[in-house]
Design a protein around this ligand. Sequence first.
Ligand code: DSN
Length: 412
Amino acid sequence: MQNIKKDDPVWGFVADEAARQSGHLELIASENHTSNEVLAALGTCLTDKYAEGYPGRRYYGGCAHVDEVENLARARAKELFGAAHANVQPHSGTQANVACFMALLEPGDRVLGMSLDHGGHLSHGHPKNFSGLFYDFHAYGLDKQTERLDLDAVRDAALKLRPKLLLAGASAYSRTIDFEAFASIAREVDALLMVDMAHIAGLVAGGAHPSPVPHADVVTMTTHKTLRGPRGGLILSRGDWFKRVNSAVFPGGQGGPFMHAIAGKAIALREALEPGFRTYAAEVVKNAAALAATLTEHGLRIVSGGTDNHLMLVDVSSVGSTGADAETALGGVGITCNKNLIPYDEQPPMKASGVRLGTAAVTTRGLGVSEMETLGRAIAEVLRAPKDATVLARVGATVAELTSAFPIPGRG
Ligand code: DSN
């Protein structure tokens, strides 16, 4: 690239972040490392273009080429997920959810979704979020003993509350979600079904988690988590809902689409259609299972006893820590993760009793089951002795060995 002022501190900050990503192991369950081709798309002249509207029906001239990009992204999304309709314009997962609520509901309508405290998401009815402010949200939670979804309890709540919309999907739930069962509950109470599959979109794309697409009226996702694309959102829909969804995205909730991001989505969707992505998705799940098993062997309690997907919640109170302290201790040795409430947590969210770990990004780097065992032992050591300088130095060296043996692909 020409005419970049290398002495602008912004570039120094970017270089520092690149070094941080390369020298740390990323276990934040909602993050991943995109391909260089996706990164390149984000840095193209498509960012210059206003294209309010949709392909063939824009409010600006000069949209012929961005129309081609958006049509390609839509076609690939439909092919990848077997969906009737795709809207690739949402700027984020929350924007995608906002659009679907606007499309499916009137303000004040009743929605039944998963409790944030049990692994749901802010945009699923938090009182300070758009969703909780404008709609009548109610929550189902996890069974206290099994720490899993209890579909009989969801059905009971749906029968009692008669929501207009049943919402499935989570940001901190490690078990397979039975979307068919959710659809059957929705049918029984005459509700619409929306699934937010942000976390598991890449697993669904790669055949490592059952798809909600045959069962839900609308499906939202982010493109940057397990799907490994650029930061952004995407909506799939069936029947006639796409018309209302399209109007709710634009002009309802957004202005001009980010055409450079849509180009990045198109590339990531192509990558997810390639056979290697199925292998990747399977390895993410295998790695998560191996990490959870190793942590368990070393005395850490995993919420619900394990994982079926890319993430797990580790109850660090089982080793006398809090989520906040565990996040800090692991960060100090180059393992990045986030504190997280566990179901029925007695700690406040900024302290929490758990950390959420995910394997999407480390699997992209090529770490496998044997490295998960090494990592699991290292994490357990740090959590048991977070102030022991010898332990911290040893684990720091292990992380350095792993990051240099498994560089982020293409980032050198
Ligand atoms: N913030 C994302 C996560 O970490 O799960 C969800 O939006």
